[in-house]
Each structure stands twice: as C-alpha cells, then as structure tokens.
Design a protein around this ligand. Structure first.
Ligand code: ZN
Ligand code: MN
Length: 477
C-alpha cells in the first residue's frame, strides 16, 4: 500500500544568527543568561520605542543567500506578522512577507542513492520571540531574552521525497551556515529549528495533497521518525476514505506518533502589512560583491577535494564534511595513516556512534584514530578490535602508541592458519549438533560455528581466514 504513494516534503528552517546584538536593538544575544536580563524597551515592545535594523543581520542573511546559490533582492522590505501569543510582547513579529532578501536558491544533497538538487524558495530575516517556561506549579513563566534575536528563515521547495533526503538537506544547510560562521546551529539550544510540511499523493499524480506541518522537532532522529510516521498515517487515512486536514502536528517521542496540535492559521489570519517604522532594505552590487569575497571554502568544495585527495566515495565525503569540526578532524587524522578509506569509515561508523548527541565533540585524539586505521588496514587488528579501541581510547589522553596497547592487551589479529584450523577442529568435535544443523540446511549454523572459533581467539581472529577454513571443513563433511 505504502509503495503506491510518495511523500512530498518542504522544509522551513529557522536559524538564529550569531550576531553580537539583536536585530533591532543593542541587547546581547548570548544564550543561557539569567531570564529577562538581556532586554530593553525596543525588544520588550514598549510603546514609543523604535526599532533600528542591525546591518550585521543583513550581511549575514545575504551571506547565507550567496552560499546557497540564491539571488539577492536589491530592494526588500520588512512586514508585521500579527498574532497574539504571550511570548510576543508587541503582538506582531517583524518578518518579511512578499519581498524576501534572498530567493531562488538551491542545495545539492547526497544520500546513499546519489546526488539530488533541492530548490530553495527564499531566505528572509525576522526576529525571534521569547521563551515560555512551564514550571511545576502549572504556571507559565516568560523569558524575553530571546525576543529580537535575529533569525533567518530558509524555505525549501517541496522537492524532498524521503526522510533520508530531508535529513541530508538539513545537514547540508547546517554545514553551510556553520562553515560561513553564521550560526552555531545547535538544535538542542534551539538555534537551528525545523518545521516539516508533508503531504502524500498517489505515484504518478501531479496535484499536491493537503499538507500537515510538523513542529517542535529538535533532533535529526526525531525529524526522520516523525516523517516516517506521518507518511504512514496520511496514507492509512486516505486508504480508509478519510480526508486529511491542514493542521499543525507535534511528535510524541515516547510512542513514536504524530498528534494534532491545532488547526493551521491561514496566511490571511496574520494580516501582514509593511512595518511603517522601518525603511526598505536596499542592497548595492558592491555590498554583495564584498560579501562574496568573504565566503569561505564551502562543504561541497571540501567534499570534492576529500574525494580526490583521499579516494573515498561521494557519500562518505558528504558525511565527513557535513560538520566542519569533523572535516578538520579527518584531515588531521589522515596525516597518521595511509588507510584513508578505513579512517573515513571509522569516523562514520564508530565516531558518529560515540557522539550520539549531535552537538557533542570528538573525544579521541586524531593521531590515535589514525593509528587504529593504519593497524586495521595492515591486518594487525580486526574490525571488531577497532571498535573496542575507539571505545577504550574515547575521552582518554594517550601517552604511548596504540600498537603498544594492542600488544599489551593481546588484541593483535590471529591469522595463523594452523592454530585456527586446530580451533575449528575442536569446535567440530565439541559441538557436533552445529555441524549436524548445517547438514540439515540450517544456514545460521555456519555463522554459529564461525562465532565459536572466533570466541576461542578472544574475538581477535581473522574473519576471512576463519571463514575459509570453516567453509572448507564443512564441504568435507
Ligand atoms: Zn533590546
Ligand atoms: Mn518564521
């Protein structure tokens, strides 16, 4: 049933810019200060206070636009988006409505299936709202420090067709913004937030279905799970003859399901109009040229150079360069090994697993990981020992060499054919049931025999040699 449908996804990303001061006043933007200590009459929306646009915000947004292949509007304006909510003291948000600063951009993403181009409709600037804190006594407390922190809103075209593509797009966008130094993009601190617009339609159909908006998703894992669930839900509802309603939905992490939050406001409910207190934004060619000169090496360029320098695949390079720190780390570690592909896969497999929270740091020294890759590539240790070593050296400061540690702890790979044959004979002798099972066509029996031989080497056996010996001996049975 699911295979008869496709999902259509468009993403809206809100990203807090790392400017020192807010978008319309001189208050600092630093995260984590005592509540309501970084406020003034402008960002509190007190009557009579006038906003003045921070030029750094325009520079940053234009930089984001140039780095994502956008056209830059020479003339744009700022509008009031009117709605009432306690975290918004003015009862309107200053945003941009029909004349965004950047438009018509695109990103190229890479998944295991290859490269895809995802269109980007626009980037506009706006102010963030405050924060509501719900305390235990069921009271809501207000922290206005975040009011007026500058945001860019990046809106993609509905070109995304899977949760993998959605995550790849977000990682690419985050990488570009981080490489440009525009934002720290921390999902857990809310400086990089994503809303997912999702609809489904039968394969081959041209018209778009009714979409729902998924909100408050604060990790890539939840984004991916929420998309998968919402897709299944919409398909099931349609198959049951129900109608999809346009609404905002949340995601319940505990039961893995999306749930209805509220009916989505229509665009007309916001009664947008141009802010009469702010002049239009006029951007000159010289201004844009100046910013173009400041654009650093971007992820795609770095990816290309990694592919050619280190002989890794496009997908591996995409993952490595999706985080500037990881890319720098990889190029540091690569100095200590000629086994570049093994190193890349150690990072993608083991290091990424250790950094389970997305904003965590790498806690294994680059020369250590480089040496692990080298020992693995030379066949001195097997791949399961590689994993053990990454875990063992994580967060440790290392004085001696990895090889010394391997020798002292008896972790070197056992490839001795005679010894491994002897172990295999023992297993055949002591566990005749496994051999019997194999003869009766149980394919798992062979795996179990290999596992038993491997156990006799304390997990250090050479899996290829063991497999050869076991295969040959089973043929003789
Ligand atoms: Zn202020
Ligand atoms: Mn917005």
């Amino acid at each position: 049933m699911l295979e008869n449908y496709e999902m259509i996804i468009g993403l809206e990303v809100h990203c807090e810019l790392a400017t020192k001061t807010k978008i319309f006043c001189a208050c600092p933007t630093k995260f984590g200060a005592q509540p309501n200590t970084q406020v003034c009459p402008v960002c509190l929306g007190l009557p009579g206070a006038l906003p003045v646009l921070n030029e750094e915000v325009v520079k940053s947004a234009v930089k984001a636009g140039v780095a994502t292949n956008c056209k830059i509007a020479r003339f744009s304006k700022q509008d009031r988006k009117n709605y009432f909510y306690p975290d918004l003291p003015k009862a309107y948000q200053i945003s941009q409505y029909d004349m965004p600063l950047c438009y018509d951009g695109h990103l190229v993403i890479e998944t295991e299936k290859g490269a895809t181009k995802i269109g980007e409709t626009l980037i506009h600037i706006e102010e963030d709202a405050g924060k509501l804190i719900h305390d235990k006594e069921k009271a809501a407390l207000l922290d206005f420090n975040r009011c007026g922190v500058p945001l860019i809103e990046v809106v993609s075209k509905p070109d995304i067709r899977s949760s993998e593509e959605a995550v790849a797009y977000l990682k690419k966008l985050r990488a570009i913004l981080q490489y440009c130094g525009l934002s720290d993009c921390k999902m857990n601190e809310g400086s990089f937030r994503c809303d997912v617009n999702l609809s489904v339609r039968k394969m081959g159909e041209q018209n778009l279905g009714v979409r729902t908006e998924l909100k408050n998703l604060n990790s890539f894992q939840f984004i991916s799970k929420a998309i998968e669930h919402e897709f299944k839900r919409q398909v099931a509802d349609i198959e049951n003859g129900e109608i999809i309603v346009q609404e905002t939905r949340g995601y319940d992490k505990k039961c893995g399901k999306t749930f209805s939050m509220r009916k989505k406001e229509d665009i007309k409910d916001y009664r947008y109009f141009q802010d009469p207190e702010l002049v239009p934004i006029i951007v000159s060619d010289e201004f844009i040229e100046g910013i173009e000169k400041e654009i650093p090496v971007l992820p795609d360029e770095r990816k290309k150079s990694c592919i050619s320098k280190y002989a890794i695949t496009a997908y591996e390079a995409e993952l490595i360069t999706s985080n500037k720190e990881i890319a720098d780390y990889f190029e540091e570690a690569v100095k200590f090994t000629s086994k570049t592909k093994i190193l890349a896969n150690l990072i993608i497999g083991e290091v990424f697993k250790m950094i389970d929270r997305e904003d965590d740091k790498v806690k294994i020294e680059s020369f250590v990981l480089g040496e692990i890759a080298q020992l693995s590539g030379e066949g001195y240790i097997n791949s399961s020992v590689c994993k053990k070593l990454v875990a063992a050296f994580w967060g440790e400061s290392v004085k001696s060499s990895v090889k010394k540690y391997v020798d002292e702890n008896d972790l070197a790979q056992v490839s001795d054919k005679e010894l491994l044959t002897k172990y295999t004979i023992d297993v055949f002798k002591n566990m005749p049931k496994l051999v019997e099972d194999f003869k009766n066509g149980k394919s798992n029996a062979k795996k179990a025999i290999i596992g038993q031989v491997m156990a006799k080497t304390n997990g250090n056996g050479n899996p290829i040699v063991i497999n050869d010996i076991v295969t040959k001996m089973l043929e003789l049975q």
